[in-house]
Design a binder for this molecule. Structure first.
Ligand code: ZN
Length: 187
């Protein structure tokens, strides 16, 4: 196990799509262990492989609170098979130190993935919980999508990015989300 360097926004591999894992080999087990160790050492709740420069479809998360035992979760080749509802989520990212901004997310998602032993599982995360939001955030990293691409207010987001010496939003990456916008309007 090793603590790996977390790539910061502006690094090319954060924008590159990641490859499927064909076999949960020793190399992938090491990757999972490194992701967990790196995430815990950075006090993060989630970390995706491209954030440490490895473009494989793997992410880890742990949404347990400080007074609870650790609850590491591993997602290999995840697929979001159901999504509904909308919420506004205030998010940050280990690749964007301290830069929190409001983004649009689904309120409920169901994800299918392999665990660290290569066993398939299905997880339903409803109600816009930290787990629900974290799954969507980490899943996006595997397609080179970043949370700022979902931002509600691009001016505020750019101000925040500038404050923390990060590059501005990439306008051509901003996502159109009419479905989520409509749902949020009706709330
Ligand atoms: Zn992130």
């Amino acid at each position: 196990m090793a603590i790996r360097n977390i790539l910061k926004y502006g690094t090319k591999s954060l924008r590159e799509p990641s490859k499927e894992v064909h076999k949960v080999s020793k190399k992938i087990t090491e990757l999972v262990n490194d992701l967990l160790e790196t995430m815990y050492s950075a006090n993060g709740v989630g970390l995706a492989a491209p954030q440490i420069g490895v473009n494989y479809r793997v992410f880890v998360l742990d949404v347990s609170s400080n007074d609870e035992p650790l609850r590491p979760m591993v997602f290999i080749n995840p697929k979001i098979i159901k999504k509904s509802g909308a919420i506004i989520s205030n998010e940050g990212c280990l690749s964007f130190p301290e830069a929190y901004t409001d983004v649009r997310r689904y309120k409920n998602v169901t994800v299918k993935a392999l665990d660290s032993h290569g066993r398939p599982f299905v997880l339903e995360a409803n109600g816009g919980t930290l787990l629900t939001r974290c799954i969507q955030h980490e899943f996006d990293h595997l397609d080179g999508i970043l949370y700022i691409d979902h931002c509600i207010n691009r001016f505020e987001t750019n101000e925040t990015l500038a404050k923390y010496n990060l590059p501005p939003i990439e306008e051509d990456k901003l996502l159109e989300e009419p479905e989520l916008e409509e749902e949020l309007k009706n709330d």
